[in-house]
Design a protein around this ligand. Structure first.
Ligand code: ATP
Length: 621
C-alpha cells in the first residue's frame, strides 16, 4: 500500500492581532510588532463567503473547465485498478490466458494515464489562472483601501504590520485559491467514488477497510493542527527577526553613533536562537507525522490482506479483485491526508483573511459627507473658530483656537515643543477631524467639501522631506504629474535647486535612492520646495526643518521660501528667526492655546512668551 504523506513544510502563516505586546528581553524591553502573535481562528462561514466572492468573476468562465478536467482525471484514475484486476483475473488466468486481451488492457491503461496527465495539467493551469487573479484583485483592493485610510490609523500601527498584511497574509491565501479548493473537490469526489467501488467489489471487505478511515482522518487532522501551530510559532519568531532587522537597519546610524552594536547583536542572537529552537520543534513534529500515518495505514493493510485472504479462501473474492482493492485503498489515504491538510489550510486562510478584512473594514475617519460639494478654486481666507482637538479622548492637544487669516498672508506658528503647532497644520488639510469648533476656508466648512478638492489646493512641505526612489525629475513631478520637463526645470530654478541638480552626475535624471540619502538636508528641502511650487497650491503648509545648515544654503532656502510663499496663504511651523520675522502674523502657542498674536515688533514690545522665546533663540531655534 502506498501511503503518500503530504506535510506542510512551509511556514504556516496563521496569526492574529493581539492586545498584549510581545516583550523579548535582553537588555530591556525592545520593540517588536504586536501583530505577529498567534491565535487560532475558527471556521467562519461569512468570511469564507466573502473570500470566495473574489473567485466569482472568473468562476463562470473557468470553473466548468476545471470541473470537467477534475471529473476526467478522477474517472481515469479510478478505472486503472479495475483494468488491472481484469488483467489478473481474465487475461492471465491460468485456466484461459489471453495475450491479446492483456495487450488491449495495457494499451487501455496507457491511454488512461495520458488522459489523466493531460486533465491534471490543464486543471492546474486553469486553477493557477484563477488563483493569480484572485490574489491580484485582493492585493489591489487592500492597497487601494490602505491608501485611503486616515492618519490616526497609521498612528496606531507600525509600517511593518501593514506590510505584513499586504504581503504575507495575501500570499498565504494563494495556496488555497490555486490548489486548495479544487483539491478539496477532487478529494471528496475521489473518496466517495472509492468507497462506492470498494463496497461494490466486496461489501464485507469494503466495510472492514473503511472502518480505519475515521481513525486515519482524526490522526491526520489532529496532528496537523499541532504541526501547524508549531509552524506558526516558527513564522512568528521569523517575523520578530524581520521587524528587528528592519528597525536595526533603519536605525543603523544611531546604533553605530552610540556604539550599541554589541548589545544589538546580543538581542538579535536571543531572537535567532529562539527561532532555531522553534524550527527544530516544528521539523521534529513533521518528521513524526509520516511514520504515524504509515502505521495507521499499515493497520488498514493488515485488515485488508488478512480478511481478503479469508474471503478468497471462501470463494467470495478473486486475487485480481484483491489487488484492485489494495490499489483503491492505496488511493484512499491520499485524499484523507489531503483533506486534513486542507482543513489546516482553511484555518490559516481564515486567520489571514480575517486580518485582511479587518483592514478593509477599517473606515477612513476622514471621508466625504454624502452631500459633500466640490471646493471651488479658493482665494485662501481661513477662519478657525473655537477649535478643540483631541488625538486621544480626554487629552486636548488644542483648547479653543480662534484665528483669522486673510488670503495671501504668511502665518508663523511658534511655541515650545508639544504646544500644538503641527496639530494645527494637520487640521487644515483634514488629516484629522476637529473634535469641536469650525474651520472655514473662503466661507466653506472644510468638513462639508470633498477631501480631494480641499487637499488638491493645499501644498505641504514637511520637515522630514520624503524622497521617493526614482529620478530627481520624478520627485519634483510628484507635485503635478502632468508637468512638462521645462516646467520642472523652471520651478527648480525658481527655488534655487537647479544649480545643485545640474551638478549631479545625471542632472535631473540622477536616480535617488529611497529617502534620498545621497542628498543633503538642504538639498532635500529645496527639492520639496520645487515640488510644492510645481503644485502651485493656494494654501501652503510648511514645517520648517530644524537642522542647522550652512549659511550659504540657509540663504538659498530663505530666497526660495520667498518665491514659494508669494501670493499664497501660508502656515509655517517656524524655527528660524529670519522666517518668523518676515511673517505677516506670528501666532504663539502654549499648551494648545494661542497666547500671543501679532507682528514681530508688536510681540517683542509686549515682552511676553514670544520675547522670551526670541531671547532664548540660540537654545530653541
Ligand atoms: N499622533 C498623535 N497621537 C497622540 N498624541 C499626539 C499625536 N501627535 C501629537 N500628539 C500630542 O499632541 C500635542 C501637540 O503636539 P504637536 O505635534 O502639535 O506639537 P508641536 O508644537 O508641533 O511640537 P514640536 O515642535 O515638537 O513638533 C502633544 O502633547 C503631543 O504629544
Amino acid at each position: 500500500m502506498s501511503t503518500h504523506v503530504n506535510v506542510d513544510r512551509h511556514n504556516d502563516p496563521t496569526s492574529k492581532t493581539v492586545k498584549k505586546p510581545i516583550g523579548v528581553s535582553t537588555g530591556g524591553e525592545r520593540f517588536v510588532y504586536k501583530d505577529d502573535d498567534v491565535i487560532d481562528k475558527a471556521f467562519d462561514w461569512g468570511q469564507f463567503r466573502r473570500l470566495f466572492a473574489y473567485m466569482k468573476p472568473y468562476a463562470k468562465q473557468l470553473l466548468p473547465l476545471i470541473g470537467l478536467m477534475m471529473i476526467l482525471g478522477t474517472i481515469t484514475k479510478l478505472t486503472v485498478p479495475f483494468l488491472t484486476s481484469m488483467a489478473i483475473d481474465k487475461a492471465i488466468s491460468p485456466a484461459n490466458p489471453s495475450l491479446k486481451m492483456l495487450y488491449m488492457i495495457a494499451a487501455g491503461i496507457f491511454v488512461l494515464y495520458v488522459v489523466q496527465w493531460v486533465a491534471t495539467a490543464y486543471r492546474i493551469k486553469y486553477m493557477n489562472i484563477i488563483g493569480q487573479r484572485v490574489i491580484y484583485d485582493l492585493r489591489a483592493d487592500l492597497f487601494k483601501h490602505i491608501q485611503k485610510l486616515s492618519f490616526n490609523f497609521f498612528d496606531k500601527r507600525p509600517a511593518g504590520s501593514v506590510l505584513v498584511r499586504v504581503t504575507n497574509d495575501v500570499n498565504s491565501l494563494q495556496e488555497l485559491f490555486t490548489n486548495g479548493v479544487v483539491n478539496l473537490m477532487i478529494d471528496c469526489v475521489q473518496l466517495v467514488g472509492i468507497v462506492i467501488i470498494l463496497l461494490l467489489i466486496n461489501f464485507k471487505l469494503g466495510l472492514a477497510v473503511i472502518i480505519t478511515v475515521p481513525i486515519m482522518f482524526l490522526i491526520s487532522t489532529k496532528l496537523r493542527v499541532k504541526i501547524r501551530r508549531a509552524w506558526q510559532d516558527v513564522r512568528m519568531k521569523g517575523s520578530r527577526i524581520n521587524s528587528h532587522l528592519n528597525e536595526s537597519i533603519q536605525g543603523i546610524r544611531v546604533t553605530q553613533a552610540y556604539t550599541q552594536e554589541k548589545e544589538n547583536m546580543e538581542f538579535f542572537d536571543t531572537m535567532n536562537k529562539d527561532a532555531k529552537k522553534s524550527w527544530d520543534k516544528a521539523t521534529t513534529m513533521n518528521q513524526g507525522f509520516g511514520p504515524l500515518i504509515e502505521i495507521t495505514g499499515g493497520f488498514g493493510t493488515l485488515i485488508l490482506f488478512w480478511f481478503g485472504a479469508y474471503l478468497i479462501q471462501q470463494g467470495e473474492l478473486t486475487i485480481g479483485l484483491l489487488v484492485a482493492f489494495s490499489s483503491y485503498v492505496g488511493n484512499f489515504w491520499d485524499p484523507i491526508n489531503r483533506l486534513g491538510q486542507m482543513y489546516n489550510q482553511l484555518l490559516v486562510a481564515m486567520a489571514s483573511s480575517e486580518r485582511i478584512f479587518e483592514f478593509m473594514d477599517e473606515k477612513p475617519n476622514i471621508d466625504d459627507k454624502p452631500n459633500a460639494t466640490t471646493l471651488p478654486q479658493i482665494k485662501g481666507n481661513i477662519t478657525f473658530r473655537n477649535i478643540v482637538f483631541e488625538y486621544e479622548k480626554g487629552r486636548q492637544a488644542l483648547k479653543g483656537i480662534d484665528l483669522d487669516v486673510d488670503a495671501g498672508q504668511t502665518i508663523a506658528l511658534v511655541g515650545h515643543t508639544g504646544s500644538g503647532k503641527s496639530t494645527i497644520i494637520n487640521l487644515i488639510s483634514r488629516f484629522y477631524d476637529i473634535t469641536d469648533g469650525q474651520i472655514k476656508i473662503d466661507g466653506y466648512d472644510i468638513r462639508d467639501v470633498k477631501v480631494e478638492s480641499l487637499r488638491s489646493q493645499i501644498g505641504i512641505v514637511l520637515q522630514d522631506t520624503f524622497i521617493f526612489s526614482g529620478t530627481i525629475r520624478d520627485n519634483i513631478r510628484f507635485g503635478r504629474l502632468d508637468a512638462t520637463d521645462e516646467e520642472i526645470e523652471a520651478v527648480a530654478t525658481a527655488v534655487n535647486a537647479h544649480e545643485f541638480i545640474a551638478k549631479l552626475p545625471g542632472g535631473y535624471e540622477t536616480e535617488v535612492e529611497e529617502r534620498g540619502n545621497m542628498l543633503s538636508m538642504g538639498q532635500r528641502q529645496l527639492l520639496s520646495f520645487a515640488r510644492a511650487l510645481l503644485a502651485d497650491p493656494r494654501i501652503l503648509i510648511l514645517d520648517e526643518a530644524t537642522a542647522s545648515i550652512d549659511t550659504e544654503t540657509e540663504l538659498r532656502i530663505q530666497e526660495a521660501l520667498k518665491v514659494l510663499l508669494q501670493g499664497r496663504t501660508s502656515f509655517i511651523v517656524a524655527h528660524r528667526l529670519s522666517t518668523i520675522r518676515h511673517a505677516d502674523k506670528i501666532v504663539v502657542l502654549d499648551h494648545g492655546e494661542i497666547k500671543e498674536e501679532g507682528s514681530h515688533a508688536e510681540l517683542i514690545s509686549r515682552k511676553g512668551i514670544y520675547n522670551g522665546l526670541i531671547e532664548a533663540q540660540y537654545r530653541f531655534i
